[in-house]
Design a protein around this ligand. Structure first.
Ligand SMILES: NC(=O)c1ccc[n+]([C@@H]2O[C@H](COP(=O)([O-])OP(=O)(O)OC[C@H]3O[C@@H](n4cnc5c(N)ncnc54)[C@H](OP(=O)(O)O)[C@@H]3O)[C@@H](O)[C@H]2O)c1
Length: 288
C-alpha cells in the first residue's frame, strides 16, 4: 500500500473536520449507488473514499483496472459497502452500452461526472485528434451518462448529479482554450439542469476547482499554480454544497479571482489570463 492510499483510507482532512460532520447519508437521501467516472486517481478517487465512509455503495469507472482494484480493496478493508468496478475508456463509441449492461437493475442515486483531462499550447498546433478525444471525455461522456441516468432519478423523484467544471469555466484561459471551453460546457450544463430537474427532486451541482494536486497536472501539462489544493478539499466543498447551490468554486483564492474578474471588462480579463498563460507556455512551466 502506498503512503497516498493509506492517507486516503483515513483522510485527515475528513476525520474531525467540522465541515464534514453531519454530512448526509447519501444512500438514504438519493439512492443506493454512486457512480463515479475517473475514480482511479485524484478527485474521483477522493470522492470514492469519502462516499464509502458515508455508507454509499459505489460504481467506479476508469481505464486502469489495477488502480480500481487497489482502491476497491482498500475501501472494503474499512467499510462494508459494495464496490463495482467498470474498467472502461469513456471515449469509446459504445461506452454507454457497457455502462447500461453493468448497471442494469441498480439504483444509481448519484452520478459524479468527474473523468477529464486538459491540453495546453497554441490552438493551431495542437493535434485535432487530441482535442477531439478531450471533448469526447470532458463533454460528450458526461452528457450521455446524464441522459441515461436522469430517467431513473426522475421516476424515483430523487437523485443527484455532480459535474466537474473548473475556475477556467468562468475565466477562459488562452493556450488552454479548448479545455476551458469543455469545462464551461460542464458548468453551463449543470446550471440549466439544476433548474430543469429541481421539480423531480434531483440535485445538480457543478464543482469548480482551481489547481488541485492530482495526476491532472502531469497528464495535461498544466501548472497547479501557487494556491494548489488537495483533492479531498474539492470533495468536501462539493458535498457540503450539494443540494444548496447551483455551482461552487473550491478554495478562497479561486473564488476571489473569479469574483474580481466579474467586475473587469472581458477583453481585459482575457488579455491578463492570456499574458500569464503565454508566459507559462514560453518558459516551459506548462511542461512541469
Ligand atoms: N487537478 C486540477 O487542477 C483540476 C482543476 C480543475 C478541474 N479539474 C477537473 O477535475 C476532474 C478530475 O481530474 P483530476 O484532477 O482528479 O485528474 P486525474 O488525477 O488525472 O484523474 C482523471 C481521472 O479520469 C480518468 N480518465 C482519463 N481518461 C479517461 C478515459 N478515456 N476514460 C475513462 N476514464 C478516464 C483517469 O483514469 P484512467 O487513466 O485510469 O482512465 C482518472 O481516474 C477533471 O474533469 C478535471 O478537468 C481538475
Amino acid at each position: 500500500m502506498t503512503a497516498k492510499q493509506k492517507d486516503l483510507s483515513f483522510p485527515n482532512v475528513f476525520i474531525g473536520n467540522p465541515e464534514c460532520n453531519n454530512m448526509t447519508n447519501y444512500k438514504t437521501k438519493y439512492g443506493q449507488y454512486v457512480l463515479i467516472t475517473g475514480a482511479s486517481s485524484g478527485i474521483g478517487e477522493a470522492f470514492a473514499y469519502k462516499l464509502a465512509s458515508l455508507n454509499s455503495d459505489l460504481i467506479l469507472v476508469a481505464r486502469r483496472e489495477d488502480r480500481l482494484l487497489t482502491i476497491k480493496k482498500e475501501i472494503q478493508r474499512k467499510h462494508s459497502v459494495d464496490v463495482i468496478l467498470i474498467p472502461l475508456d469513456l471515449t469509446e463509441e459504445n461506452f454507454i452500452e457497457i455502462i447500461k449492461e453493468k448497471t442494469k437493475g441498480l439504483e444509481i442515486g448519484m452520478l459524479i461526472n468527474n473523468a477529464g483531462f486538459g491540453s495546453t499550447g497554441n490552438y493551431v498546433d495542437i493535434e485535432s485528434d487530441y482535442e477531439e478525444k478531450m471533448i469526447k471525455l470532458n463533454c460528450i461522456a458526461p452528457s450521455i451518462l446524464t441522459h441515461h441516468f436522469v430517467h431513473q432519478m426522475k421516476e424515483r423523484k430523487k437523485g443527484a448529479i455532480i459535474f466537474l467544471g473548473s475556475v477556467v469555466s468562468f475565466i477562459s484561459v488562452p493556450f488552454m482554450t479548448t479545455y476551458s471551453a469543455t469545462k464551461a460546457f460542464n458548468t453551463f450544463l449543470a446550471d440549466g439542469l439544476w433548474y430543469e430537474l429541481k421539480k423531480f427532486n434531483v440535485d445538480v451541482l457543478s464543482v469548480n476547482p482551481g489547481g488541485t494536486d492530482t495526476e491532472f497536472q502531469r497528464i495535461s501539462k498544466i501548472s497547479g499554480g501557487p494556491f494548489v489544493r488537495k483533492p479531498e478539499d474539492v470533495v468536501v466543498t462539493a458535498l457540503k454544497t450539494l443540494g444548496k447551490k447551483v455551482a461552487v468554486i473550491d478554495g478562497l483564492m479561486n473564488k476571489l479571482n473569479v469574483f474580481i474578474s466579474k467586475f473587469l471588462p472581458r477583453k481585459l480579463v482575457l488579455s491578463l489570463s492570456g499574458k500569464v498563460s503565454e508566459k507559462l507556455l514560453k518558459t516551459g512551466k506548462y511542461e512541469n
